[in-house]
Design a binder for this molecule. Structure first.
Ligand code: K1U
Ligand code: ZN
Length: 170
């Protein structure tokens, strides 16, 4: 297993649209295991392949308290999203230290392949529904700060660029 470097906003590679995974083979299973290790090490609840500079439709998630219920979504598609929506605070491993409210559907259904290549449909609400929608956005090249006002987004961009230049001062 390996820890993978996570791209930080505003890296333009975060805006790449991911392509479908062609086969759940040994390469993908190694990537799944490396992404899970990277997510747990960074203390995140989710990670999209886009964030580790792999532009294929793969997401790992674990919203459990015990950090022992990994969810692997290969080629995920949202098949239903509730018309009921709610604003909740989000964070992002690609935008460290920034948390802000984003409006999302409160419940979703997602169809995906699991780590064995089996098709599954998952119903999610609460934090899991928020996390799935956040990770699906990553696969489409969208970072959560793009839901914020241009003023907030520019402040975040400036802060991230300063942190990249001078990590000691942030
Ligand atoms: O995709 C990512 O960057 C991971 C991200 C997922 C996420 C968290 C919260 C709302 C939506 C999506 C994170 O894991 S951010 C860091 C984090 O651990 C966290 C933040 C808020 C609540 C719970 C955990
Ligand atoms: Zn994120």
């Amino acid at each position: 297993m390996a820890l993978l470097p996570i791209l930080h906003y505003p890296d333009p590679k975060l805006h790449t649209v991911a392509k479908p995974v062609q086969a759940v083979d040994a390469r993908i299973r190694t990537l799944i295991s490396d992404m899970l290790q990277t997510m747990y090490d960074a203390e995140g609840i989710g990670l999209a392949a886009t964030q580790v500079d792999v532009h294929e439709r793969l997401v790992v998630i674990d919203t459990s308290e015990e950090r022992n219920q990994p969810l692997v979504l290969v080629n995920p598609e949202i098949t239903w999203a509730s018309p009921e929506r709610q604003v909740a605070d989000e964070g992002c491993l690609s935008v460290p230290g920034i948390y802000d409210g984003v409006e999302r559907s409160t419940s979703v259904k997602v169809r995906a392949l699991d780590a064995d290549g089996q098709s599954r449909e998952i119903s999610a609400d609460g934090l899991l529904a928020v996390c799935i929608q956040h990770e699906m956005d990553h696969l489409m090249g969208k970072v959560f700060v793009e839901y914020l006002s241009p003023l907030k987004r520019n402040r975040i961009k400036t802060k991230m660029l300063k942190a990249r230049r001078d990590p000691e001062r942030v």
